[in-house]
Every structure is written in structure tokens, then in C-alpha cells.
Design a protein around this ligand. Structure first.
Ligand SMILES: O=P(O)(O)O[C@@H]1[C@@H](OP(=O)(O)O)[C@H](OP(=O)(O)O)[C@H](O)[C@H](OP(=O)(O)O)[C@H]1OP(=O)(O)O
Ligand SMILES: Nc1ncnc2c1ncn2[C@@H]1O[C@H](COP(=O)(O)OP(=O)(O)OP(=O)(O)O)[C@@H](O)[C@H]1O
Length: 492
């Protein structure tokens, strides 16, 4: 890619989140991730080109020096900052505008700095392109997978119902989504195949911004509301049409009709396998067992509670979910327990504003930053140092609660059979065919969106926490009044 000869016709709209817009190259396996600004700032960009460059360099450093050490560098692609010709960026912005979902247009793409993050295109991985079949890539934004410890929370409900499930009520009541998702992150992070299968089924049912499927780099399934702009993108029949050819070999059905239910079930099984085996097979142990703490089951989950008590072995050590969960759990105090420590830091910065750099509040995100959060004393000794460590830990945990997982799946790779990588060779395909098992896939698992969360997001988190819990308790109280059994009593 020659940066001085960039042509907007070589790039197309790929997707966007709250903070960035992503375009993909039409031939190379590359994406550019550009910053976004509030639309009202479009005439006067809120930061200079140097500041934008620093912001993106901070993202690269945070990802490569901090998050990759906690999550495992095999999952991380930190990318590099690039300087693009301004005319290219302007033309690109005009080109992608019609494809952008209306609800994301309260922000505009940064056309002033010319800076972007260049990353491998994880939905069209070049490593897997030796296969004739386009890879299927599944993107999951799993959100927070544990309940806070009762010690630090003021509302008992927070130790019973997870934040995601409570947040769903708030999102629907505030008009963010039309329907509630019945996905519960605690099911996905449980390590129990049945619960994980159930969780993925709910993600397919109501993808919102938590689930997307790409085929050969193109989004084929996502939420219709706020989705990719493709009318059919959340149509289950259209998804089955795409998936069916990948699963014809399974379960002795080569010449028979394969039901949609069976195709979906095989697809979910393959995805769950990739999530559980993503650690590369080493160790084989299970992650910290949280069952004794009673923090692994959310009372709002629709998964049968009795069944969830059995068969949960925890997540395999080193699997992508285990790594993410352990990093999320660096939030050991919950926002309520953390807030007084944030205030301690904030007060200090008000008194000594020049210490912002020394405390690495806005970076640099280097070894020293990581060390500071890893060497946090166990007890609060009233010091600034303790408060800063805890705040750093909390911000890292926030990133892990908001990241996404990309699982790339390729069926029937022709080269050498690699048991660890779960590659499908012809003998294995025959074995699967005869033994009624779903076909095996080669896969690669990555984690994306590992941006540092700013210090100012902490008070916003506290205020959102209050809103979410209040909305949920009001909904619950209204359900008691109405004797609404669907909310009060879960199916058995
Ligand atoms: O607070 P949450 O849990 O709603 O997470 C926000 C996400 O909302 P979600 O609930 O996943 O739809 C939100 O996602 P959406 O814009 O809703 O797609 C962002 O990821 C936001 O991060 P940032 O402020 O852009 O860095 C996220 O904010 P942070 O809390 O991570 O700062
Ligand atoms: N390296 C990549 N390869 C392929 N697709 C990507 C890549 N990075 C991002 N994307 C796509 O672009 C979308 C938006 O990117 P991303 O989640 O990083 O944006 P964001 O603005 O940081 O999100 P958030 O709303 O969580 O703040 C992703 O959901 C994903 O589909």
C-alpha cells in the first residue's frame, strides 16, 4: 500500500462504532480505522493533527504494551498509525457517507488530521485465503461476564442480575433498541457448552451491536436496526442460505435435506469449539473457578437455572474468553467502590495539574503503566498511589468489557492435518461424516477494539450505573404489580 498514491476507489465502507469508522481495501487484507468527531465539531475539529496522531499512537501503545500482555499477544493486532493524503480522506468521507447507518451520523469522520490506524482485515484474513471457500468470520462483543462482589455495591440486585441484562431494559425504554436481547454474557463466559450454545443462539436471535457475521469480508448478518444498511442482514433465512453449504457434510446428511435448525446448531457448535479451544491446546486447566463465589449465574438469564448448576467446568485456561474475563475482573471494586478512589485522583490533579503526565493518566501506555497496575497493593493505605493503580486497573477492565472477538472459520483446509488447529483434512471429513459429527474448521481468533478509556468516562459510568439499576428495579416493581410472570419467573 503506497500512502502517497491512495485512491478512494480502492476502499469501501466496512463498519463503524461510536468512536471510529472503518474502511476495507477491495483487494488487500487491510482496513483503515479513522477517528470520528461529534457532527457539531465538523467545521472546527476538536483536536489538531498532532493530537489526533498522538491519540491513535496511544491506541497502538495501549493495545501492544498493555492489553496484549493481559490478553495474550496471539489474539492482538495493534496495527500502525498512518498519515494519509487529506484529499484522499475527504473523497473517502464523501464516498462512504451513503452507506453509513443514520443513527451513527451524529458523528462525522475526521477529515482534517489525515491520521488513521492501519490494521489487518480480520474479516478477510490473508492467512486463511489458501482455501477456495471464503472464510466465515463471526464478531462478538461479549460485554461484562461476571457479577460484582456484594462487598462494594449499594443495590443487592447488582449481585443477582448482570449489568448487560439490566442494561437491556434501559436500552429499550430509552429507545436505543426496539426489542430486548435475551443474550446473557454470563452464559457465554460460563465454559458450559450448553449455556454457551444458548447464549450464541440468543445473539443470533437479536444481534443488536453484539453480533455480526461476515463471509469473505462482507457483512452477511447483523442487526437490522442500526446495522450495515443491508435490508436482509438480519434475516435468518438469508443467514441459513449462506451457512448451509458449509455444513452439508455433517451428520450423514450429504444427500439429505439439512434442516435450518441442524445447520444453525452445527454452526454454533463450531463457533463454541473455536471459543473454547482458542488458547492453542496448552495447559488444559480451567480458569479461576468462580462458582463458589456464586457470581457466575445471572438471575435474569433465560437459561434453565437447574441445568446451569450442572456441567459448568469453567473456561479452559488461556482461551480467549478466559483471558478477557480475567482482564475484566481487574474491576474488583465495581464502579461504586472505585468512584471514591477516582475522586482522590481527580482532587490531586486539580491541586497539581502538572502531575497528569507523571501519573500517566493520558499515557504514555508503556511498561511502567502496566507495572503500576500490576503492582497494586492489596489494601487501601489511603495513598494516591493505591488510587491511581486502582483507576488504571478499572480503565483496563472497561476496555476488556467493551472489546470484540473476531473468530475466522475456514472449512476443509487442504494442507496438513493439524490436530491442535482443528484443521479439516479429507480423512477427518470422512470420519466426521461417518460419525455424525459437525465438520471441523480451521480457525483463528482475534480481539479488536482495545482503545484506552479516558479518565472522564468514570463519572459517566457511575451515572449510567444508577440509571440502569433504577430502570431495572422500576421494571421489576411494575412486573410485580402486574404479576408478570415472564419477568419474575424464568422458565424451568
Ligand atoms: O457503557 P456501555 O456498556 O454502554 O458501553 C458503551 C457501548 O455501548 P453498548 O452498551 O455496548 O451498546 C458503546 O457502543 P455503541 O456506541 O452503543 O455501539 C461504545 O462502545 C462505548 O465506548 P466508547 O465510549 O465509544 O469508547 C461504550 O462505553 P464505555 O462504557 O465502554 O466507555
Ligand atoms: N481489524 C479489523 N478488521 C475487520 N473489521 C474491523 C476491524 N476493526 C474494526 N472492524 C469492524 O469495524 C467495526 C467498528 O470498529 P470498532 O469496534 O473498533 O469501532 P469503535 O468505534 O471503537 O467501537 P465502539 O462503539 O465499541 O467504541 C467493528 O465492529 C468491526 O466490524
Amino acid at each position: 500500500m503506497e500512502l502517497d498514491k491512495m485512491d478512494e476507489n480502492d476502499w469501501r465502507y466496512h463498519g463503524e462504532g461510536n468512536k471510529s469508522l472503518v474502511v476495507s481495501h477491495v483487494q488487500l487484507s487491510k482496513v483503515l480505522r479513522l477517528l470520528k468527531y461529534p457532527a457539531e465539531d465538523s467545521e472546527n475539529p476538536p483536536q489538531t493533527a498532532e493530537q489526533a496522531f498522538r491519540q491513535i499512537q496511544n491506541i497502538v501503545d495501549f493495545s501492544s504494551n498493555v492489553m496484549s500482555r493481559l490478553l495474550g499477544d496471539k489474539f492482538i493486532h495493534s496495527g500502525e498509525v498512518v498519515k494519509l493524503p487529506l484529499e484522499f480522506v475527504r473523497q473517502l468521507s464523501i464516498k462512504v457517507q451513503p452507506q453509513r447507518p443514520a443513527w451513527r451520523c451524529d458523528k462525522v469522520m475526521d477529515i482534517y488530521s489525515g491520521c488513521a490506524l492501519c490494521l489487518p482485515n480480520l474479516t478477510a484474513p490473508s492467512l486463511l485465503q489458501h482455501s477456495h471457500t471464503p472464510p466465515l468470520c463471526v464478531e462478538i462483543k461479549p460485554k461484562c461476564g461476571f457479577l460484582p462482589s456484594a462487598k462494594h455495591i449499594s443495590r443487592d440486585i447488582k449481585s443477582k442480575v448482570c449489568r448487560f441484562c439490566m442494561h437491556q431494559h434501559y436500552k429499550v425504554s430509552s429507545g436505543r433498541w426496539k426489542r430486548r436481547s435475551l443474550y446473557c454474557p454470563l452464559d457465554l463466559f460460563s465454559g458450559s457448552r450448553a449455556r454457551m450454545h444458548f447464549a450464541v443462539r440468543q445473539l443470533i436471535e437479536e444481534p443488536q451491536n453484539n453480533f455480526k457475521i461476515f463471509k469473505g469480508g462482507q457483512c452477511i448478518y447483523s442487526s437490522k436496526e442500526g446495522g450495515s444498511g443491508d435490508e436482509d442482514s438480519s434475516d435468518l433465512n438469508s443467514l441459513l442460505y449462506h451457512l448451509r453449504p458449509y455444513f452439508l457434510y455433517a451428520n450423514n446428511r450429504i444427500h439429505a435435506h439439512v434442516s435450518g435448525k441442524a445447520v444453525l446448531s452445527d454452526f454454533i457448535q463450531v463457533l463454541v469449539n473455536a471459543l473454547l479451544n482458542s488458547g492453542g491446546g496448552g495447559g488444559g486447566g480451567v480458569t479461576t473457578d468462580r462458582r463458589e463465589e456464586g457470581r457466575t449465574y445471572c438471575e435474569a438469564s433465560v437459561f434453565n437455572k437447574e441445568r446451569s448448576r450442572h456441567g459448568s467446568q469453567g473456561l479452559p485456561h488461556d482461551s480467549v474468553l478466559s483471558r478477557i474475563l480475567n482482564t475484566q475482573m481487574l474491576d474488583s471494586l465495581n464502579i461504586e467502590g472505585l468512584y471514591p478512589l477516582y475522586r482522590r485522583v481527580e482532587q490531586h490533579l486539580r491541586d497539581f495539574p502538572k502531575e497528569r503526565n507523571a501519573l500517566q493518566v493520558d499515557g504514555p501506555y508503556n511498561e511502567a503503566f502496566l507495572e503500576h497496575l500490576q503492582k497494586c497493593p492489596a489494601e487501601d493505605d489511603g495513598s494516591l498511589d493505591f488510587a491511581v493503580s486502582k483507576v488504571h486497573q478499572y480503565r483496563v477492565a472497561m476496555t476488556a468489557k467493551d472489546c470484540s472477538i473476531m473468530v475466522a472459520l475456514v472449512p476443509g483446509a487442504d494442507d496438513e492435518h493439524d490436530e491442535d488447529q482443528d484443521v479439516l483434512c479429507p480423512q477427518r471429513r470422512l470420519r466426521d461424516f461417518l460419525s455424525s459429527r459437525p465438520p471441523t474448521f480451521s480457525y483463528s481468533v482475534s480481539i479488536l477494539d482495545l482503545d484506552p478509556k479516558p479518565l472522564d468516562s468514570i463519572p459517566l459510568q457511575l451515572s449510567l450505573d444508577h440509571k440502569i439499576v433504577s430502570c431495572y428495579t422500576r421494571t421489576l416493581a411494575a412486573a410485580v404489580d402486574r404479576d408478570d410472570r415472564t419477568l419474575l419467573f424464568r422458565p424451568v
